[in-house]
Design a protein around this ligand. Sequence first.
Ligand SMILES: [Zn+2]
Ligand SMILES: [Zn+2]
Length: 167
Amino acid sequence: MEVRKVRFDESFPPGQIDFSGEELEQDSPLRAAGVAELLPQTDGEVRIAGRYTVEMMAECDRCLGRARFPLEADFDLFYRPATFLEGEEEVAIDEGEAEMGFYQGDGLELEDILREQVLLALPMQRVCSEGCKGICPVCGKNRNETACDCRLESSDGRWEAFRNLEL
Ligand SMILES: [Zn+2]
Ligand SMILES: [Zn+2]
C-alpha cells in the first residue's frame, strides 16, 4: 500500500458547514490547515491532524443575548473506513479530492470532521461572559444593560414562606 500524505489549507465561509439544528451561527470563515495521511500497514486508516480557527455565535444561556466563541484548536484524529474492504476499489487518495478533504470511498469529509470538532470545543454552558448578570427574574430586564431596582429579598421572602409551609 502506498503511503500518501496530503496537505490541506481550507477556508469555509459561513453556511458551507452545516450547523443547523445546533442553535449556532458561524460568524467568521472557518480556517483549517494540516495534513491528512493514509497510514501504512493498516486497513486504510487515515490520520488527519491540523489546526482550525473560527468564531461561533450562540444565544447566551443567562441573558439570551449573543455569546461569541472564538475557537482555535489543534486536532489529531484517526479514521478507519468501515466498508472499503467490501469493494474492490483500491485505497488511494485522489489528489484533487484530498484537497477538499475527501477520503475516497467512505465519505470522510473535512467539513464533517470540523463540524464535530467545533461542537466538542464549545462549552456546555454558553454564556456571553463569565460575569453575565442574566435576566432579572422579577422584571425580565437584561441586567447587563439595565440595572433594575428589583429587590431579590422580596422574592426570597416569598420562597421562605413556601419553605415554612412544607415544614
Ligand atoms: Zn449573557
Ligand atoms: Zn428587575
